[in-house]
Every structure is written in C-alpha cells, then in structure tokens.
Design a protein around this ligand. Structure first.
Ligand code: ADP
Ligand code: MG
Length: 595
C-alpha cells in the first residue's frame, strides 16, 4: 500500500510532489501540450509582425507566401485547440487521480487509528478532511504545475520577443513587475491564513450537521428543534465570518491585479506616444507590441490565480497531512508474533489504566482501574458484575488492546498481548456489546462481517445457531434484505442475534459479552441466552451482566466497583459471604418481585 505516512515526511511541498510519481506519464503529456500552447502564443505575434512588415507593407505585396503563412496559423490554432482539450481533460483527470490517492491514504490511515483517536474526534470534521479539504487539491494538482510552467515560459518568451521589437517599451513594462510581485506576496500570506480558517469553518458546519442529523430523533422527542437551529446558526455564523475575511483578501487581490494589468497598457501607450512623437518608433511596432502586452499580462494573471489556488489547495493539503501525521497510539511492536492456537488462559496482572493518560492528557481524576488482577482459566466463564461506571466495559476493551494499559500486564496463554500482532490478537476475541452496529447492507453481509470469506451455507448455519434464521426468512427479501441505515429496522433482540451470528462465524476461542442482553425484555433474553450458552461452550468467556439471574451459572463471579474487584467466587459462595453481591442480589430480587 502506498502510504506516505510511513515514508520520510519532508516539507508539505515535497510530500505533495510525491503524489505525482504514479502518474508521471499523464503529467508529462499534460506539460508537453501546455508547452505547445505557450509556444503558439509567443509565435503568433512574431508571425503577424513578419507579415505586416514583409508581405503587406512592402512595395509589392506578396500574396502567395502571405496566404500560406495564414494557412499555417490556422493549422497552428487547430492543433492548439487539441492541446487545450488534452490539457483540460487529461489535466483534470490527473488532478482527480491525485485527489483520490490522497483520499485513499487518509481513509486507510483512519482505519489504523485507535479508540482514543475516535473518542477525541468529531465524525463530521473527519468527514470534512476526507472530502471538502481535498476538493481544492484537485485544482491545484492539475493547474498548479501547468499554470506555473505555461506562465513562466510565456512570460520569458514574450519578454525576449518584446526586447527584440522595441527594448525601450519592454523595459517600461518590466519595471512594473517587481512592484506587482511584492503586492502578490503580501496578500498571499493573508489569503493562506484566511483560507485555512474557511476550511476549519466548513469542518465545524459538517460536524454540526452530522451530529444534528444523528440526534434528530432526540431533538424531536424533546421538541428542541429550535435549539438545534440556534446551535447550528452559531457554526454557520463562524463560517460566514471566515469566508467574508477570505473574500475581503480575495477582493483586494483581484482589484490590485486588475489595476496592475490595466495600468501596463496605459504605460505602454504613453511610452509609445512619447517614442512616436520623437519619431523613434512607427505605428506597426505599436500594433505588434500591444499584441505582446496581453501575452505578457496573461501569465501574470495566471500566476496570481495560481497563488490563490496554491493557498487554498495547500491549506487543504496541510489539514490532510495533519491527519496522516497522527500516529496510531496502538500498533504492532517490532517483530510482534502471531497469536495462534489459543487455549484461552487469560491473566490480568496488576493492571492500572486511566483514560486521561490513554488520551495523552495529564491525569486529572482517579484511575479507572488501579492495580487490578484477575485470572481466567481456559474454557471458564467469568462474570463481572457491579454498579455502572465501575470499569467493567473498560476491562473488556483492554483485552483486545482497544486501549493500552499503563501499568501491569495482560497475558493470553502467557503471551503478553503487547508482544503479539493486533490482528491476530483481535482475531481470537469475539465481542458482543449492548449497542450493535449494523452496516447499511443486506442481513447476509452484516453477518458475513464476522468472517469476510464465509460461504452462504456458513452464514445460514451461524444464523440458525444464533436463532435469527427464522426471523430472517420472514423478512421481505430473506437474507438479501437491506438493514441498517435506510434499510428495514430490526428490533433490539434481532440486532443482538445478528451480532451473535457474526461471532459464531468468527469462531474465536475467547468471548466477551458486555451487557449483551441488558436492553432486552426477559422473554427475548431467555431466547437469546440459549444462543449465548451454545456460543460460549468451549470458549473462555468474560460476561458482564446487569441481571444477576443471567450469570448465576458462571464459574466465577467478580464484583467490581470503583475500588476494583471487591469480591470473587461462585454464586453460592458469594451469597454465603453476605457482602456486596448479596446486597445486589437482594435488591434485584425485591425489584423483580414488586414488578
Ligand atoms: P462500566 O462498564 O462498569 O459501567 P465503564 O468501564 O464503561 O464502566 O466506565 C468506567 C469509567 O470510565 C467511568 O467513570 C466512565 O465515565 C469512564 N469512561 C468510560 N469510557 C471512557 C472513555 N472512552 N473516555 C474517558 N472516560 C471513559
Ligand atoms: Mg459498561
């Protein structure tokens, strides 16, 4: 995979140029056509001059060579048209290919980033980095080199031709160039700053829209639509402010450029008048020279345009490189081994963990887990119970290394989980959580997510084991029914069983069930419990449950609160201790009795 993140980084410009490498053929064709276009632009006034002086003004006009030369000009412009087409078409294709390459790099990098990155980032802003931010890059990637190239060549060519025709006029023009350049440089900095702000504003709007759309149902339930609009208006206002600042600079820039180019014409005419009054220049020279003034100012206009594109494109590119430079906080260590033939002995050995530290902040509050030890033998089912916020889910996220522990170690069959590859570690662990995410795809593909290369028979077998097969057969298109976003909606219990089917397919030796049935009613839970029992047979299972009735058969039950593991034993043992577990147990029993 071509990912620039792994290569030496270098300046933004260097990294940008690197993206041309795979498309070098396209790029060179584009540039060759661009060169032809500038050549035609430079040569045409020279030909006109030749024609005016030698064929038409001479005492005996020579018609044959005149018309031949005109035919040649016609042909030249036909070819120039072809070149313009190629530059526009291939050039833009090149830009789009480069944009697509960058987007692929951004996307694959996002796949590598871990839980703590997604904890910190807003979806809409990330979306913006992969879309809007890169739009201007296409224009820059295509027009950038070509504009600079055409402009510089035409500019120098036109200048030389002008020197040759009437050097005094050429000097008059050239004096104004440094003044103009100074002006461009001054405004470019300001434009680059404002353009970055505009991108930031767009990202804020995207994030606001994304969060409002995801929360639309909540907003309606609380009739808070007006509040949502107000919140949105704030972001929209920021966007307007940034964009106005940008347009202000742009206005100054365009007005300034117009001034310089128009004033050049006035200067040339004034100087010509002077020269002609002194009889140092004739009228034909003026006509030809004026043809060059436009081939002199067009490149300047183009360069100015380029400077605008450059600031916009580079602002997007900078945001893109920032994303690529966010290192994944959890990655395979050098020479990490594959975790294979897992029996399922799990050891949490004096571990400590805090989200603040995992997110790179200073430790503000207490650690979520402090010096916690827990050992689970292969094939055992261990239940974690206790008040919410105690850290049960956190423990489950540490085993597959979604977050990195700060102290102690976690081992599977005596392998420290930091010594094995992430892929092999996670392949051996199956997780069913309370919220199930279904992709906008068919039920079949959603189940297939457990094992991408599963056959249709395997999928049906998994669905039968998860007791979801009958429900699927009743859906309008059976296994091909689209579910998830904009597809048909599944009930909580059905979603849960789809996720169980995924795990049946994945068939991992270690299983984590984190409040998988907590959101379901008792009747549905009873149905699913059968599926769970089948699932956990022969696997090391870590189960977190809200209702103690579902964990009473576990080999070991650990009661966890903010102080860590406070009690551990089987259901009967814990009842005998008459401690926290007994309290939870009695509270739930009385709760269900009253109900
Ligand atoms: P439980 O599953 O036992 O209810 P959790 O493990 O979800 O508890 O949470 C333990 C503590 O960690 C809570 O105080 C919670 O606020 C905090 N916490 C959970 N997830 C995160 C996160 N992603 N970032 C920061 N803090 C978190
Ligand atoms: Mg939890």
């Amino acid at each position: 995979m071509d990912n620039t993140a792994s290569k030496p980084k270098g300046s933004d410009l260097k990294r940008f140029v690197r993206y041309y490498k795979p498309h070098i053929g396209l790029f060179l064709t584009d540039m060759a056509c661009a060169l032809f276009i500038s050549a035609v632009d430079i040569v045409y006034p020279l030909i006109s001059r030749h024609v005016l002086y030698d064929y038409l003004q001479a005492d005996s006009p020579r018609f044959a060579p005149f018309f031949m030369l005109m035919a040649l000009c016609f042909l030249m412009y036909v070819l120039r048209t072809g070149a313009t087409f190629i530059v526009t078409y291939l050039g833009h294709s090149l830009g789009v290919s480069i944009e697509a390459d960058m987007r692929r790099d951004a996307f694959s990098h996002l796949q590598k980033l871990g839980f703590s990155f997604y904890d910190k980032s807003r979806t809409g802003k990330l979306l913006s980095r992969c879309t809007n931010d890169l739009f201007d890059v296409t224009e820059l990637a295509h027009h950038g080199p070509e504009d600079v190239f055409i402009s510089v060549v035409t500019f120098i060519g036109a200048f030389i031709a002008m020197l040759f025709i009437e050097w005094r006029l050429a000097l008059v023009l050239v004096i104004s160039v440094p003044i103009m350049m100074g002006f461009v440089m001054k405004l470019r900095k300001q434009m680059s700053l404002t353009s970055r702000k505009v991108k930031e504003g767009t990202a804020i709007i995207n994030a606001d829209i994304e969060s409002s759309i995801s929360g639309a149902r909540v907003a309606k339930a609380f009739t808070n639509e007006d509040y949502e609009i107000e919140k949105f208006e704030k972001g929209n206002g920021i966007f307007i402010k940034y964009k106005r600042a940008y347009y202000k600079t742009m206005g100054l820039f365009h007005a300034g450029m117009e001034f310089f180019t128009s004033i050049m014409n006035v200067l040339v005419l004034t100087a010509s008048g002077l020269l002609m009054m002194q009889k140092k220049m004739d009228f034909t020279t003026l006509v030809v020279f004026l043809l060059y003034v436009s081939s002199f100012t067009t490149p300047i206009r183009k360069l100015a345009q380029f400077s605008e594109q450059y600031t916009m494109g580079m602002a997007g590119f900078k945001r893109f490189t920032e994303l690529l430079d966010t290192e994944p906080d959890i990655a395979d260590k050098e020479g990490a081994a594959e975790l294979t033939n897992v029996k399922g002995n799990i050891e949490f050995d004096h571990i400590s963990f805090s989200y603040d530290e995992a997110n790179g902040h200073n430790l503000t509050g207490d650690k979520v887990l402090h010096d916690l030890s827990l050992s689970i033998k292969a094939g055992e089912t261990v239940a974690l119970v206790g008040p919410s916020g105690g850290g049960k889910t956190t423990i489950c996220h540490l085993l597959p290394r979604f977050y990195e522990i700060q102290e102690g170690r976690i081992t599977i069959d005596d392998h420290d989980i930091r010594d094995v590859t992430l892929a092999s570690l996670r392949r051996n662990i199956g997780i069913v959580q309370q919220d199930v995410f279904l992709f906008a795809a068919s039920v079949k593909d959603n189940i297939r997510y457990g094992k991408i290369d599963a056959t249709d028979e395997e999928i049906v077998r998994a669905a039968i084991a998860a007791e979801i097969h009958d429900d699927i057969m009743k859906m309008p298109n059976g296994y091909d029914t689209i579910v998830g976003e904009r597809g048909i909606m599944l009930s909580g219990g059905q979603k849960q069983r789809v996720s169980i089917a995924r795990i049946f397919l994945k068939n991992p030796p270690i299983l984590i069930l984190d409040e998988a049935t907590s959101a379901l009613d008792s009747a549905t839970e009873a149905r699913i419990t059968a599926a769970f029992e089948r699932l956990s047979r022969g696997r090391t299972t870590l189960v977190i449950a809200h209702r103690l009735s579902t964990v009473r058969n576990a080999d070991k039950i650990a009661v966890i609160d903010e102080h860590g593991i406070v009690e551990m034993g089987s259901h009967d043992e814990l009842l005998k201790i008459d401690g926290e577990y007994k309290k939870l147990h009695d509270a739930q029993n009385s709760f269900y009795l009253i109900k």
